[in-house]
Design a protein around this ligand. Structure first.
Ligand SMILES: Cc1ncc(COP(=O)(O)O)c(C=O)c1O
Length: 406
């Protein structure tokens, strides 16, 4: 067998490569008031890890539970690693880089999990995939679904940015806008799967999503000349991306390719800080999230427990930032690095700006730091309303040039 599942809470082992969501014992306790228990972790076989160790270069496919035969069918990465010179100078961090996941096919990090779940569906002979999303995961799953001939049923809050919704409609998904929050859409999608079947792709609820997200760490390892960075700043909502980042490094360590896991830093809005509370105060209660950074606006993080644990085990920490700083960071990123990031992605950079002195105090200014820029700003230009305006048109007349002042 290539892998098996382990419960992240009680440690129970499930010797199957079939469809599994949560540990039936631990999930019984879930009542919606506290972060859910019973999420599963994929444990790759020793043989799979050893094969990876022997390779001169590894790719995510070496670590996927369900590998793909033809990676060109829906290429997910490697995304560029940018050295943003002007931002390095501004922050005094000479080894800072940006991982540009905004450049994935559907415009966000979520292509990573979506490909892994599409491969799961193919391996298990399923055609229907059901999910809830704040927008990006839905768009990503719909895009992969179009490429791989899968039926996608997508529950999204009707308030999600219109471009994210339209993207999914364009890819041919069955889009179901919900008059409610992301957490409401999440619950409805699970009920739908129970009644009508298919694979549920909800983030972390389906453990394969984390296996897709870990691919970014495999890439980073190769990007940096076969070594791990010292710290990674990750924007956090449900806590699935950040757990994926940790899991990638855990698998690399198990394969004997790195010695230690980098510090994983959880970056949240002050208005959606459930996982930061768990990291800092062991508080696992649901909150009422209101941040403008829609992709990280989560009341009850689906993967909150695992995320908080991985952050602490890595020696990392949480940073929360006001929404104002997130929106300002979008402008800093565009002006000083040429990267147009959506608010959730910019939150990771805003957190680094705030945390810089603490970081340098802990790891020194020459530490190798990566900020994950998880989604493109093109999907949500409304985030710039009131901040950036288009100048009025000038007359088509040479004399109008005299009035220009730059
Ligand atoms: C662009 C972007 N960044 C960050 C996140 C947060 O990821 P997670 O909910 O796994 O913590 C999301 C999730 O939708 C996202 O779309």
């Amino acid at each position: 067998m290539r892998f098996r599942y382990v419960c992240s809470d009680c440690g129970r082992i499930f010797e199957t490569e079939g469809l599994m969501y949560q540990c039936p014992d631990c999930a019984k306790e879930n009542d919606g008031t506290h972060f859910p228990k019973g999420n599963l972790i994929v444990e790759l076989s020793q043989e799979t890890l050893e094969k990876a160790r022997e390779k001169e270069h590894v790719t995510p496919n070496d670590f996927y539970p369900y590998p793909i035969d033809d990676e060109s069918l829906y290429p997910v990465g490697p995304t560029p690693l940018m050295r943003p010179r002007r931002i390095q100078e501004k922050l005094g961090l000479g080894h800072l880089s940006f991982k540009l996941d905004s450049q994935l096919i559907s415009g966000s990090f979520k292509d990573r999990a979506s490909l892994a779940v599409a491969l799961q569906a193919k391996a298990l002979g399923e055609k229907r995939i059901v999910l809830a999303s704040t927008g990006n995961a839905g768009a990503a799953m719909s895009a992969v679904g179009a490429a791989m001939d899968l039926d996608i049923i997508l529950f999204v809050p009707e308030s999600a940015p219109i471009n994210k919704l339209m993207q999914s409609v364009l890819y041919g998904a069955h889009v179901v806008p919900v008059k409610g929050s992301y957490d409401d859409a999440f619950a409805l999608s699970i009920e739908y799967t129970k009644k009508h079947g298919g694979i549920n792709r909800n983030t972390a609820y389906n453990p394969i999503t984390i296996e897709g997200k870990k691919s970014v760490s495999i890439e980073l390892f190769e990007d940096l000349g076969r070594k791990a960075p010292d710290a990674v700043y990750v924007p956090v909502g449900d806590g699935c991306i950040i757990a994926g980042v940790a899991k990638g490094f855990i698998d690399l360590k198990k394969a004997g390719l790195i010695d230690k896991i980098p510090r994983i830093i959880a970056c949240q809005s002050e208005k959606s800080d459930a996982i930061a509370r768990a990291i800092e105060k062991d508080d696992y209660r649901a909150i009422s999230a209101t941040t403008r950074a829609d992709s990280i606006s989560v009341d009850l993080p689906a993967n909150g427990r695992m995320a908080a644990r991985y952050v602490k085990e890595s020696g990392g920490w949480a940073v929360t930032v006001p929404d104002e700083a997130i929106l300002d960071s979008q402008i800093t990123l565009t002006r000083l690095s040429g990267v147009l990031a959506e608010p959730a992605a910019a939150a990771a950079y805003a957190a680094l700006e705030k945390d810089k002195d603490n970081l340098v105090g802990k790891l020194g200014k020459d530490a190798e730091i990566v900020v994950l820029l998880t989604g493109t700003g093109f999907k949500d230009m409304k985030a710039f309303d009131g901040r950036v305006t288009l100048p009025p048109a000038i007359e088509n007349d040479i004399s109008a040039l005299d009035n220009l002042r730059f």
